[in-house]
Ligand binder design. Sequence first.
Ligand SMILES: C[S@@+](CC[C@H](N)C(=O)[O-])C[C@H]1O[C@@H](n2cnc3c(N)ncnc32)[C@H](O)[C@@H]1O
Length: 256
Amino acid sequence: MRTGTVGQNQSMPTDNAAAWDRHSAAYQAGAQLPTDVAHYGPDIGTEADFRLLGDLKGKRVLELGCGGAQCSIAFAKHGAIAIGVDFSSEQLAFARRLCDREAVKVELHHGDLADLAFVRAESIDLVFSAYAFGYVEDLGRVFRQVHRVLRPGSPLVFSLPHPAYDMIDDDSDQPLLIRRSYFDRTPIDYEWNGIAFTDYRHTISDIYMGLLRANYRVDAIVEPEPAGGGPKSQHWRETYKYVPRTLIIRARKEGM
Ligand SMILES: C[S@@+](CC[C@H](N)C(=O)[O-])C[C@H]1O[C@@H](n2cnc3c(N)ncnc32)[C@H](O)[C@@H]1O
């Protein structure tokens, strides 16, 4: 998903919401995401392969950083009451049009995914997020907010760029050279279709310990290999065969 020029962040982080407003049309035109099954990232399997979410019939499912709401639409098609949150008006406008076209109801909220005040405590059966947490600096805050809205024992399932992938530059002629320390948490500025974004870096232990501190039990970690070993999406890079591109985690709320 991250392509183009990459650099270490030396100044102010980019306004990612404005960047997504500008990028939305090109992203949606290129991605052509499915609406019958939840996806986790480019060139890997889907929920049909990983089976991390369980039976969704009658469940209240909250999707964070829902973008065009393709996953929320898939949840609704599987019988869930689907709620999506995103801070990009353009992504949400696309989502509304797609819901209309597919004749599916998804409750869409405009706002930051770390602001879940509009959701009642312990009212959600599953929180899901695909490739949005990489834009979030303070994941601990998100984990605490999600903990409040989840019913006890219910899962938070999310995918994000694998932190090992941040060590390389996938637009380089020599992509497998290590360009950055795994331990460097400096945000990464990059351009995608000429639009500036900022990503935040979270090592696996940062994420795992953040979840433990927020009172979750991690019960699944998936580092998917490329599906079929070859390209499926516009994002495909040969590097995907050598370095995990996507990290998927399922964590269950413990305590109250
Ligand atoms: C790579 S897109 C993924 C969208 C969707 N999950 C999908 O798989 O197509 C990232 C999405 O997260 C949203 N996003 C990023 N940071 C966010 C934040 N802090 N609050 C709300 N939405 C956010 C962006 O607007 C964008 O729609």
